[in-house]
Design a protein around this ligand. Structure first.
Ligand code: ASP
Length: 345
């Protein structure tokens, strides 16, 4: 270890560390040690870098909560030894993974930067190098001996976002992510410029990191579409052991007003299932009660997801469902910002 910031790279898999299998033409993961060989420029950064890899690097589509726990275990074990963490995962579910990790870490005072790439590191036109190098620079950035960033972020194509505000918006553009309801925390051009007023400032420097590993994954995303059949809604809400639903509604939180639909939701809520209203729109907020089509949702106890993303709503449900709290407290907590994921007004 040196006086320079110590950064831990955690490689879980994804395109960034992939090569082409020329027999099948498919992309497959390769040994992580090669990733550092592939970018000799890393040695020029003003920080000390160590790396650790999942035993079997994986496509992010195969991630589930057990892997989220693997990631937080690595962070927890190395938290005191390192000043910042860069986590490489596939971009496909990166917003889900990073949102979940943001809830799993309380009193975080160090940067955790998720990144990946659209093209493998070995590709001539790869976006991996810039994403990786700048993510490391951000993780190593300090002011008066304190890290500039003390939250879970996602860096992609010149922008640093609060992770739990992001959504993957493109399967092929280098600009693969957007954060529609919260501006970028930093932008990388000739200079790396931080939007300081938007960055989370930890309140109490003495609070220790608390790691929450219990996630409840008995949940579902129910996306409405015109003509959705009541049998479909009914069978989803009657999944055995179901605990939570992210209800993707239209516009500012609107849903059918038919008695049968409202009754199905009401019965589910009475059985103890938590239903959160999140908009299908990529930007903007649910305003429950704004239109007649969402008044009933308020009355029957649907939780107002406001401007939370579906990805963050899934993560927050998984996190909060583990808590032994009343329905009222659950709703209050969900509707308030815990990690900057929701605009609570
Ligand atoms: N399928 C890949 C994954 O999510 C895509 C990527 O790495 O961006 O693991």
């Amino acid at each position: 270890m040196t006086n320079k910031p110590n950064i831990l790279l955690i490689y879980t898999g994804g395109t960034i560390g992939m090569v082409k299998d020329y027999k099948t033409n498919a992309l497959k993961a390769f040994d992580f040690s090669q990733i550092v060989d592939k970018i000799p420029e890393l040695q020029q950064l003003n920080c000390h870098i160590e790396s650790i890899s999942f035993d079997e690097p994986m496509d992010s589509s195969n991630m589930n909560t057990a892997y989220y726990i693997n990631i937080v275990n690595i962070i927890e074990e190395n938290y005191l030894k390192f000043d910042g963490f860069v986590i490489l995962t596939g971009s496909d579910t990166m917003s889900y993974i990073s949102s979940a990790i943001s809830f799993m870490l309380k009193n975080l005072k160090k940067p955790i930067i998720f990144t990946g790439s659209q093209l493998p590191i070995g590709d001539l036109r790869t976006d991996a190098k810039e994403n990786l190098i700048t993510s490391i620079q951000i993780a190593a950035d300090q002011e008066n001996g304190r890290p500039t960033i003390a939250e879970v972020c996602l860096y992609f194509e010149y922008k640093l976002y609060r992770a739990n505000r992001t959504t993957k918006i493109s399967a092929e553009q280098f600009e693969a992510f957007a954060s529609m309801n919260y501006p970028p925390l930093a932008e990388s051009g000739v200079h790396l410029s931080f939007n300081k007023h938007l960055i989370h400032q930890p309140k109490n420097t003495y609070n220790e990191l608390i790691v929450r590993k219990n996630l409840v994954d008995d949940i579902v995303i129910l996306k409405l579409f015109p003509g959705i059949k009541k049998e479909v809604v009914k069978s989803i809400l009657n999944i055995p052991n179901l605990k939570g639903v992210v209800l993707e509604t239209y516009g500012s939180g609107n849903a059918p007003t038919t008695k049968s639909f409202i009754t199905l939701l009401k019965d589910a809520i009475q059985k103890g299932i938590k239903i959160v209203n999140v908009t299908q729109c990529v930007g903007g907020s649910v305003i429950q009660g704004h239109y007649e089509t969402s008044v009933e949702l308020n009355t029957i106890g649907v939780i107002n997801g406001k401007d939370i993303t579906t990805e963050a709503a899934v993560a927050k449900l998984m996190h909060l469902l583990n808590k032994n709290i009343s329905d009222f407290e659950f709703k209050e907590l969900f509707q308030k910002s815990m990690r900057g994921e929701i605009t609570s007004k």
